[in-house]
Design a protein around this ligand. Structure first.
Ligand SMILES: *Cc1c(COP(=O)(O)O)cnc(C)c1O
Length: 361
């Protein structure tokens, strides 16, 4: 078999080895059924079981209250940038408040503006999205349809605390790149959503968790597929869902529950991993992009002298440390160290960074 490398890609991203081994074991024929999870019908009773178990384990891990519904959607997190305002802004005569801490939040604003009034309550553009707002700087509307935030800005590496508060309107958060990296108090949110391909499996499924009263308030006469209620009423099988991606998500949840031991343990692993890298950022040879008080546990962004970037990447690749180049809007490097990145890979990167500094400092 080809040797695996350490894949620091921001997404699609590294998966837990036990998850891929389980999928591989059953890939040609599910035990007792003889059909591959790639081939099987979404109306098969096997898939009923997958759906029930996936939702049950997710509910248990996140402590999701009973008045929240879980749905599996398609079109990526990007489709939620439209679907959320279609459902919850359209026809309300209220503004939606957006706190923009990076590139994804900006994209969400652009789509919401097609549906209604958007109030950008704060935007971190002036400092290239290296920080979170101070509490007094956020200019919320007196009455808003909802407040939208991006829990972790994947490109800039800026992350909110697990349960930030923003006034009385329902809080809607895009958790695409830090879903299941730590416990979250779902009860404080109106809705959370996340595409799977960063921390929850493979691309093609987006997980949304939505409070009942928001669902009831949603706009009427939306196109069927864009109405959240369609997917709630039909338990995510109104049309053909991404069966394989939901199955991989089920395996991911089992891995977090059984192999890791839950989200508190997951958070401790993640804290230990990112510390190995942040401890090396000295502000001189390596400059972190995000301010220290809001550094992401998932995407570690840093710069060095530009002429050192190519040699840095080349040396990293010789150690099988791959996909470290940062996004062009930030420059430098980005090490994405999602749940599934083993600490061994982060240790090797941390040691390499120290080594590289010694040789080039
Ligand atoms: C990746 C990402 C998205 C976009 O996800 P797609 O599934 O590619 O549409 C949105 N928000 C955040 C925070 C992301 O990291």
């Amino acid at each position: 078999m080809t040797q695996r490398v350490y894949n620091f890609s921001p997404g699609p991203a590294v998966l837990p080895l036990p998850v891929m081994e389980a999928a591989q074991r059953d890939l040609l024929a599910l035990p007792g059924i003889g059909i591959s999870p790639l081939e099987i019908s979404h109306r098969h009773k096997w898939f009923d079981g997958v759906l029930a178990d996936t939702k049950g384990t997710l509910r248990e891990l996140l402590g999701i209250p009973q008045n929240y519904q879980i749905v599996f959607l398609q079109g990526g997190a990007s489709t939620q940038f439209s679907m959320v305002p279609m459902n919850f802004l359209r026809g309300t005569n209220l503004p939606a408040d957006f706190v923009v801490t990076g590139a994804w939040g900006g994209k969400a604003v652009a789509e919401a503006q097609r549906e209604g009034t958007v109030n950008v309550a704060w935007d971190g553009k002036a400092t290239n999205y290296d920080r979170l707002p101070a509490a007094n700087d956020v200019k919320l509307s007196p009455q808003a349809a909802y407040v939208h935030i991006t829990s972790n800005e994947t490109i800039q590496g800026v992350q909110f605390p697990a349960n930030p508060t923003f006034g009385a309107a329902p809080l809607i958060s895009d958790l695409s790149s830090d879903f299941l990296c730590r416990p979250v108090d779902v009860g404080q949110y109106g809705m959370i959503y996340a595409c799977a391909q960063k921390n929850a499996g493979i691309s093609s499924v987006t997980i949304a968790i939505i409070r009942d009263d928001l669902l009831e308030r949603g706009a009427k006469n939306l196109p069927t597929m864009f109405d959240f209620r369609t997917h709630v009423k039909n338990d995510s099988v109104y049309n053909t869902p991404p069966v394989f991606a939901i199955y991989v998500f089920q395996l991911i949840l089992q891995w977090i529950k059984n192999d890791i031991g839950g989200l508190a343990k997951m958070a401790a692993h993640n804290a230990a991993k990112c510390k190995l890298l942040y401890d090396v950022l000295d502000g001189e040879f390596y400059q972190g992009h995000a301010q220290p008080n809001c550094r992401s546990t998932m995407n570690v962004t840093f710069r060095m002298k530009e002429e050192l970037e190519k040699p840095f990447i080349k040396g990293a690749e010789q150690l099988q440390l791959m996909e470290l180049k940062g996004h062009r809007s930030v420059g430098g490097m980005r090490a994405s160290i999602y749940n599934a990145m083993p600490i061994e890979g982060v240790k090797i990167l941390s040691e390499y960074m120290q080594d590289f500094r010694k040789k080039n400092g």
